[in-house]
Ligand binder design. Sequence first.
Ligand code: NI
Length: 156
Amino acid sequence: MAIRNILQVGDDLLRKQSKPVTSFDRKLWQLLDDIAETLHKEEGAGLAAPQIGVLRRIVVIDVGDGILELMNPVVIREKGIQQEVEGCLSLPGKYALRKRPQVVEVKAMDRRGREFRITGKELLARALSHEIDHLNGVLFIDNIIRMVDSSEFNKK
Ligand code: NI
């Protein structure tokens, strides 16, 4: 496994559409392990492949319940609205208040190409929504209520 370099806002690759994953092989598994290791080192809640410069539809999330790997994730249902402070490993030190669905149901594939569905609420719903946005070149600052200074909330 290896720690990967996380691209920062301003990098053109963060604004590109990522392509579907078609090969569920050892190369993919290595990439998934690298993304997970990088996510844990940075103490983030999620990391998408384009954030390390790989334009594939891959998302890794860990909101405290262990690693969740999603290949080719598609949002199939959204419900409700939540409004919380959000950040991103590609915009360190920047936080903003923004709206996300309260519940997000996603269809995706696991590392072996098997389809599964997951329903996320609250933090997991936010993470799913935020990370899937990355696959379409969308950053959380694109649609915010307002920027928030880190002194306004308890951030570890
Ligand atoms: Ni992000």
